[in-house]
Design a protein around this ligand. Structure first.
Ligand code: TXA
Ligand code: MG
Length: 337
């Protein structure tokens, strides 16, 4: 069997499993997702249970590029279409008003729905194969990141297996798709309240920046208000490894009495410091935000296994280009251990 035929076979098997209500993990360009049929409430319940996620947290519905958005969303505002034309397929999730026949379980009971069209070829092949199995040709795969609630998202298939040791191949199929290119979760933009006069709101920063969105829409997206749709990735403590994380400037790294906490891994950007600190291992990360984001989660996972008492992270610059990375680092550091 050629490699392509082998992959087609796996995709068909994965689509069959999804249509039977089972879970399938699959690669996307951001992080790996843990998928279930978005229209099957029992499959969604299994998804929430596997993740250990509270049932009132919404999940993103993933669609193939040719899917009919009006099947999922009660309305597709012009602003959504403009962004779709520029950024889909890609790492942008749009929150739109939910079509009434789509189960409320996908959005944690809210009247919106989060939709994303991933660019990864394996994800697209799966989404197409799954949609073809539906009588009406419209199928969506609800998929949060394939990790336990609150933990670091997986950027490799092996990470998914490590997250769910209790689920064997029979209970959870994991499609292989290499190292996730972007490495952090999609940008989330709320467009569900335009009809009531609330403009676009950035719920989660990501690879597609607020500035890029503003270039298309002509206005900068707003910050979440109290009435904004809930996003679990916006919980203060999220995306956290098991080892405590703290954020420090390079000068603080020199002066802090870090070794009190045991061996310390210090992630520094660009070049290692010219000084050494007893008990502290310097770990180099790129000094450029896209490359930093690409490798961040795999690095946190690796350091988590290193027996360290603390992961100290050199605080990246506070500018717009680093917004998504700073967001994830801030949440990792906010976790209590
Ligand atoms: O890059 C990504 O977005 C990845 C890949 C697998 O696509 N998925 C991901 O899913 O990060 P998850 O569930 O870990 O984070 C999705 C976020 C959650 O914080 C959820 O609350 C929010 O999207 N979300 C989904 N639907 C929503 C809705 N209707 N209203 C508000 N937030 C929503
Ligand atoms: Mg997640």
């Amino acid at each position: 069997m050629t490699e392509q035929a082998g992959l087609d076979c796996l995709i068909q098997e994965a689509a069959r499993r999804l249509s039977e209500g089972q879970l399938v993990a699959f690669p996307t360009e951001t992080v790996y997702g843990l998928g279930a049929d978005a229209e099957n409430p029992a499959a969604l319940a299994a998804l929430y249970a596997a993740k250990g996620r509270p049932a009132n947290h919404p999940v993103i519905v993933h669609l193939a590029p040719e899917a009919d958005l009006t099947y999922w969303a009660a309305s597709v505002p012009a602003a959504a279409q403009q962004l779709i034309d520029v950024f889909w397929p890609g790492p942008l999730t749009l929150i739109l008003p939910r079509a009434p026949h789509i189960p409320a379980a996908v959005s944690g009971g809210q009247d919106s729905v989060g939709i994303r069209c991933p660019a990864h070829p394996v994800a697209q092949a799966l989404l197409r194969a799954f949609a073809r199995r539906k009588p009406h040709g419209q199928g969506g795969v609800a998929a949060p990141s394939a990790n336990k609630f609150g933990q670091v998202s997986p950027t490799q298939a092996s990470h998914v297996r490590q997250e769910f040791p209790e689920l064997d191949e029979a209970a959870l199929m994991v499609l292989e798709g290499g190292d996730a290119e972007v490495g952090i979760e999609s940008t989330i933009l709320d467009l569900s309240r335009l009809a009531s006069g609330v403009g676009p709101v950035l719920l989660r920063p990501g690879h597609i920046s607020a500035k890029q969105i503003a270039e298309v829409l002509g206005t900068m997206p707003g910050q979440p208000d109290l009435a904004a749709p809930r996003v679990s990735g916006s919980l203060k403590a999220h995306y956290a490894p098991h080892t405590p994380v703290c954020l420090l400037s390079r000068e603080q790294l020199r002066q802090a009495d870090l070794a009190r906490t045991g061996r310390v891994a210090a992630i520094v950007m660009g070049a290692p410091p010219s000084f050494s600190v007893p008990g502290v291992d310097w770990v180099l990360a790129p000094a450029e935000p896209v490359a930093y984001a690409h490798g961040l989660y795999a690095l946190l996972r690796e350091l988590d296994k290193g027996g360290y008492g603390l992961i100290a992270v050199e605080q990246p610059p506070q500018d717009a280009a680093w917004q998504a990375v700073n967001d994830r680092l801030g949440r990792a550091a906010a976790a209590r251990h």
